[in-house]
Design a protein around this ligand. Structure first.
Ligand code: UDP
Length: 492
């Protein structure tokens, strides 16, 4: 078997965490590595594999001669849900039920009769709790961890014990969400976190129980990174101070800043090539969204999407809808079929649909990168997922941030306070929504965030250019992979 006509030097098994926001950047990393001559086995959970086939067609995961897809069970009961597994049962199941099937899969892939080269290393999402142990048991297979969310969220997790030691956490009393506790600014954190409030930390700190399982989860996640090469999806200029602080904490872990991955992957593997066309969407893309954008004036449309795991109540949906309608701007709004708790887009008031019929489009899933690069799109109202943040910055589209949980609050803080590319939407009454949209689309502040975003966009271009920081980091990573070539002594 060859990659780009040459003997592959390395066979990497890539295992993303089983959620879209983790699968997509891992796939981009894998495609990028494959374009550099690395043989790839990309491993999805069986549940997600089936969702992808049903969204994208039965041939969509056939792979190429040097890029194969494999699966293992996630240990949860079968379900008909369209792609979404509840995150917390999934995390538990991955820890308890998956080490064995994953190990068996590695032995199966490593069998010479499969026709693939011997496994050289495992690249695992850091959120896969079993990867480190399985790699050790699998003949001490080299392991690289990939952290797809924002570097600032990793740094925040690494501060958990600091906050517990100072008795800032856990929160005191049942009203901590509303009694001002979240506005506290902890002192003596890493320099790059200066000015941060507790409300900006990842939502997992929001507990009054010092033994909350999520505290353990965050601690374990950081500990897994000690002494292991770690990849972040970012570029040096974007996260320099944060990365310095992380390096000071993880002195024994080589850190590679390889990003934005979607830009690197696009550079090397265009859509119309065999490699470029490989995709892992859990939902089916609606191409009408792009046609609709074609019919709109340049720089006129508000794009709205809350990512893949955020849920809204029906009340929030209705308030949001009317805020959007009252702002009077053209908009494209992505509403996943499972996004509204207890319902779907069918709950959207018919009067709203009537009001916006000439200027709004609703869809359940789009090609977001293409949407953000469309000349008609002016602002992105987002949940502040890290992939979405990177995609928006790389396209020069400023953000309105409405974070909900996990790393979203700290991404919002980073976007608005540190990078200057966003405005935070603090409430979700129709008035809040209308006001923030108007501010971002048409005000001095809106112009300022647009200007900053365009500056970051050119820094992205620089980072992925021939001598750019991310290109050099990729070279450094490839040198590391080359050094593994001769260490391959994993037996069957
Ligand atoms: N996405 C997409 N089409 C959509 C909505 C989202 O392709 O209609 C993609 C988006 O481009 C991003 C990912 O889904 O790559 C969401 O990841 P992110 O980290 O922003 O948020 P998460 O959903 O993981 O919280």
């Amino acid at each position: 078997m060859t990659v780009n006509g040459k003997e592959p030097m390395v066979h990497a098994v890539c295992v993303p965490f089983a959620a879209q926001g983790h699968i997509t950047p891992m796939l981009q990393l894998a495609k990028f590595l494959n374009s550099k001559g690395i043989y790839i086995t990309f491993v999805n959970t069986q549940h997600n594999h089936h969702c992808m086939l049903s969204s994208n067609g039965p041939d969509s995961l056939k792979g190429t001669s040097s890029f194969r897809f494999e699966t293992f069970p996630d240990g949860l009961p079968p379900s008909n849900a369209n792609g979404f597994r509840d995150v917390f049962p999934l995390l538990l199941s991955l820890r308890v039920n998956c080490p064995q099937p994953f190990m068996e899969l590695l032995y199966r892939i490593n069998d010479p009769s499969t026709g693939s080269p011997p496994i050289t290393l495992i690249i695992s999402d850091i959120h896969m709790p079993f990867a480190r142990d399985v790699a050790r048991m699998f003949g001490d297979c080299p392991l690289v961890l990939f952290y797809p969310p924002s570097p600032c969220s990793f740094l925040a997790y690494a501060h958990l014990d600091n906050l517990l030691d100072k008795d800032i956490l856990p929160f005191k009393g049942p009203d901590f969400m509303s009694d001002g506790s979240l506005n506290k600014k902890p002192e003596n954190l890493a320099p790059s976190m200066k000015g941060i409030q507790l409300k900006d930390f990842p939502s997992f700190i929001r507990s009054t129980d010092k033994d909350h399982p999520l505290f353990k989860y965050m601690r374990d996640l950081v500990e897994r990174a000690y002494g292991v090469p770690l990849i972040f999806n970012t570029f040096k200029a974007l996260d320099q101070e944060i990365l310095n602080d992380i390096s000071n904490l993880l002195v024994s872990s080589p850190i590679y800043t390889i990003g934005p991955l979607h830009c690197l992957a696009n550079n090397l593997a265009q859509d119309n090539t065999e490699l470029g066309s490989l995709g892992c969407n859990l939902w089916k893309e609606d191409i009408k969204t792009l046609e609709w954008l074609d019919s709109k004036e340049p720089n006129s449309v508000l794009y709205v999407s809350f990512g893949t795991t955020l849920f809204m109540t029906n009340e929030q949906l209705i308030e949001f809808s009317w805020g959007l309608a009252n702002s009077k701007y053209p908009f494209l709004w992505i509403i996943r079929p499972d996004m509204v708790i207890g319902g779907g887009s069918s709950i959207i008031p018919p009067e709203f649909l009537d009001e916006v019929k000439d200027r709004g489009m609703l869809s359940s899933w789009c090609a977001q990168e293409k949407v953000l690069n469309h000349p008609s799109v002016k602002v992105y109202l987002s949940h502040s997922g890290w992939n979405s943040t990177l995609e928006s910055i790389s396209s020069g589209v400023p953000l309105i941030c409405w974070p909900s949980y996990a790393d979203q609050p700290i991404n919002c803080w980073y976007s608005c306070e540190k990078l200057g590319v966003g405005l935070e939407m603090e409430g979700i009454t129709r008035r809040d929504v209308e006001e923030i949209i108007t501010e971002a689309m048409d005000s001095k502040k809106g112009k300022e965030i647009k200007k900053r975003t365009m500056e970051w966009k050119s820094l992205v271009k620089e980072a992925i250019s021939l001598r750019g920081s991310s290109t050099l980091e990729c070279d450094r990573f490839m040198n590391y992979l080359l050094s593994l070539k001769d260490q391959n002594n994993i037996s069957n």
